[in-house]
Design a protein around this ligand. Structure first.
Ligand code: GDP
Length: 413
């Protein structure tokens, strides 16, 4: 799950509270957080728990997203907390993190502001369909049913505009621990479930293992006399002995062996999420970038795409300009041929007339073309091979998801 929300609306406090209430924090960490507050004569903050858990990890962390786990009701939850929405987006689109659901934290005494809208827009862009709205700091609005009605309405409007379902809007107080695990006495009028019970009810059936096989080749190397193809299985499963096809080249071979480290372990099947190296029956020439799949569930191979993108670059996205394009392990050049829609982050309305460029923090729908055919998927079918990144001089300038593949046509300037 990803936790998103405006700075100060209580994201860290809520995560700290969840960790505390589910007993997911080691005893010494709890004691350290309490001792720290006593020593500095400050009020205990649940947010410190998260800080102390993350402290040791941040030293050697290479991505800007941090993760913590908790258990509740037989399910393991992994929380991805992003310090800022740009880092969050960069990591989401580059595939470092994948979320089944999002908790959107809103300070009930403040309501929905621009940052919350932008976060919601990013969640929609990234295809996260299960959104739980945590109406935090409900103590500050005196647990009022009227306040709930107003905020619930605002949330419904926002999510509906983004074509996201609005099934869970939960009034709670992270600081006082109301409506987190237990139903709150102050919220007797509230008919829904508390937060954790709601999270337990979320659907996680769309696990990558049940999707078609996508194994992008990261590396080809020699080991002893063997030539190995290495990478991470992004979705589906790969079996020893089966026939596989490489995309976009269309070459075929059989999997002779699957190698893991240590070398003695040679499994017959590898599932999504695992890094592995395989040896082929025939030594055909394939390169980094190709995606291994099964012939009956192939990826799309094309050059022209309709996509939704989010722009992060300081320089606006310019029509026709060459950008480095990355999708899974493929890299090439892409140019935007047409900008069809640009959405204003503040109003969520389309900008009129349609601008000729996309500025920082804007979302747009565009048609782009890659200089060579690429293998990919529609985002709705396979998420990891349905998202891509645009880089400008080696810095991530934007990212997006593929909505449609188009027949390639000559461009009339
Ligand atoms: P973040 O920036 O979203 O991670 O926000 P923090 O978790 O750091 O919280 C910001 C401030 O809001 C802190 O001073 C918290 O004590 C306070 N806060 C968080 N949750 C609640 C709540 O449920 N009620 C009240 N009254 N204050 C809260």
């Amino acid at each position: 799950m990803v936790f998103a929300g405006h700075v100060d609306h209580g994201k860290s406090t809520l995560i700290g509270r969840i960790l505390w209430d589910t007993d997911s924090v080691p005893k010494e960490k709890k004691e350290a957080a309490i001792a720290y507050c006593q020593k500095n004569r400050i009020e205990f903050e649940y947010a410190f728990l998260l800080d102390s858990l993350l402290e040791e990890r941040t030293q050697n962390i290479t991505i800007d997203v941090t993760e913590v786990n908790f258990f509740y009701g037989q399910r393991r939850f992994r929380i991805i907390d992003a310090p800022g929405h740009l880092e969050f987006l960069k990591n989401m689109i580059s595939g470092a993190t994948k979320a089944d659901a999002a908790v959107l934290v809103i300070d009930s005494s403040v309501g929905i502001g621009e940052q919350t809208k932008r976060h919601a827009m990013l969640l929609a862009l990234l295809g996260i369909k299960q959104i739980v709205v945590a109406l935090n700091k409900f103590d500050l609005v005196h647990y009022s049913p009227q306040a709930y009605k107003i905020l619930h309405n605002e949330c419904t409007q926002l999510l509906e505009k983004l074509e996201l379902p609005c099934n869970f809007v939960i009034p709670l107080s992270a600081k006082s621990g109301e409506n987190i695990i237990e139903r709150s006495m102050h919220l007797s009028w509230y008919e829904g479930k508390p937060l954790l019970e709601t999270l337990l009810g979320l659907d996680i059936s769309a696990s990558p293992e049940n999707s078609p096989l996508r194994f992008p080749i990261q590396d080809v190397f020699r080991f002893d006399e063997r030539r190995l193809l290495a990478g991470r299985i992004e979705s589906g499963k790969l079996q020893c002995g089966e026939l596989i096809t490489f995309y976009p080249s269309g070459k075929k071979s059989k999997v002779k062996a699957i190698h893991h480290w240590p070398p003695e372990s040679s499994p017959q099947v590898v599932l999504a999420g695992k890094s592995t190296a395989i040896q082929l029956e025939e030594e055909i020439f394939v390169e980094r970038g190709e995606i291994i799949a099964h012939e009956n569930t192939p990826p799309i191979v094309a050059t022209d795409f309709f996509a939704r993108i989010f722009w992060l670059g300081d320089q606006p996205l310019v029509l026709g300009a060459p950008y480095t394009f990355r999708l899974a392990t493929q890299q090439g050049i892409a140019r935007v041929l047409q900008i069809q829609r640009v959405i204003d982050a503040m109003t969520l309305e389309d900008l009129q007339p349609v601008p000729m460029e996309v500025k920082k923090n804007e979302t747009a729908e565009v048609i782009f073309r890659t200089s060579a055919p690429i293998a990919c998927d529609l985002f709705e079918n396979v998420q990891t091979t349905g998202r891509f990144v645009f880089a400008d001089q080696n810095r991530i300038a934007g990212g997006g998801i593929i909505l449609k593949a188009l027949p390639s046509k000559p461009v009339h300037e």
